[in-house]
Design a protein around this ligand. Structure first.
Ligand code: TXA
Ligand code: MG
Length: 338
């Protein structure tokens, strides 16, 4: 059994020692929980891939205490990278930068680049400082599953596979960091996240984002961008387009007539009059930050209710909505109207 310990100074010091000795510690960041290992220790990195059942072609993110630590990991910091680091670190932004040759190959799946971020969470910061090493940390879930936003979620996926889980409560953002490739001009968002495209553009000028409909045969610009990713266990249907609300209501009515157990991730404005329409209801918050904060927790909770299918309505891909819409598409087994 993996212990879950509250993130007190004493337990953080204990966790730092585990990392120094090559062990695995799950810890909170402002986005989601991470599964941490010493980024400079190839054996410790190998344990991450085993614990998550993650393919080794999928590179990891290295966490640093501060941008001043970049020279430990990367060979060059372009002006655009410098601007973004100054504007958004610590925070939910990951930069893809040229890596130093001595780093373990597993860290970045043999690529010439490495993903780096400075997390904005007191527990992550304290752990980094005490461990004194860069910490490689993917999200602390089994590969393909939704990312964990509580210590209990981590335990459900990784119990017995990690040495310690530090409990720092619910993570704030609820979705993974924004991954940006600054080697191109304009810079490219590889994965939308907590720092929005609009925020990036406010300091960099134009920024491009990968289209939402990718051709799987065209290859993947970022190895972690598999279409089916970040998914609940149940089948999930996403309703979008102009008639999304009507189609959703019709599907709820039909599913009930067929005796299917529907779990509904429900938008506030859809609820009045439909509160009893689903077998299990998870009401989402009224604004985009609340929806982002709850969306993975909602999928996990509906899975626990043993529903046959999860219904959710699409969000407009603006601001934080771009990241939410992206995760909903990856989670969905079927899309209607979008
Ligand atoms: O918010 C987050 O980013 C969380 C917390 C724990 O920091 N971490 C996280 O890690 O989501 P992970 O491993 O689940 O996602 C890493 C993403 C993947 O999409 C991966 O393909 C991309 O970063 N990535 C990593 N290295 C890369 C590289 N060298 N080039 C392009 N993409 C890279
Ligand atoms: Mg992940």
């Amino acid at each position: 059994m993996t212990p879950i310990l509250p993130a007190t100074p004493k337990n953080i010091a204990h966790a730092a020692r585990i990392l120094q000795q090559g062990g695995l510690v799950a810890f909170p960041t402002e986005t989601v929980y991470g599964l941490g290992a010493n980024a400079l220790n190839a054996d410790a990195l190998a344990r991450i891939f085993t614990a998550k059942e993650r393919p080794t072609q999928d590179p990891l993110i290295v966490h640093l205490t501060d941008k001043e630590e970049l020279p430990r990991i990367v060979s060059a910091v372009s002006p655009a990278a410098q601007t973004l680091a100054e504007a958004f670190w610590p925070g939910p932004l990951t930069l893809i930068l040229p890596r130093l040759p001595h780093l373990p190959a597993l860290l970045s799946a043999g690529l010439p680049t490495v993903a780096v971020r400075v997390p904005n969470h007191p527990v992550a910061q304290a752990l980094l400082q005490q461990a004194g090493v860069p910490i490689a940390a993917p999200s602390a879930n089994r590969f393909g599953h939704t990312s964990p936003t509580t210590a209990a979620h981590v335990w459900q996926d990784l119990n017995g596979r990690v040495d310690l889980i530090l409990d720092g409560g619910e993570t704030q953002v609820g979705l993974e960091s924004t991954v940006v490739d600054v080697s191109t001009s304009p810079a490219r968002i590889l994965r939308p996240g907590g720092v929005t495209r609009e925020m990036l553009e406010s300091v960099l000028g134009q920024v491009t984002a990968l289209g939402q409909k990718r051709n799987p045969e065209a290859g993947l610009p970022s190895p972690g961008l598999l279409e089916k990713h970040y998914a609940p266990r149940a089948e999930m249907v996403l309703f979008g387009g102009e008639n999304a609300q009507e189609t959703l209501f019709a599907a709820l009515t039909e599913a009930r007539a067929q005796g299917r157990r529907v779990g509904w991730l429900a938008a506030q404005e859809d609820l009045p009059g439909w509160e009893d329409a689903a077998a299990a209801l998870y009401p989402l918050g009224a604004d985009l930050p609340s929806v982002a904060h709850q969306i993975y927790a909602g999928m996990r909770w509906l899975d626990e209710q043993g529903v046959d299918v999860i219904f959710c309505r699409d969000v407009e891909a603006v601001g934080l909505g771009l990241a939410i819409a992206d995760r909903l598409r990856r989670a969905a087994t079927r899309r209607v109207g979008c």
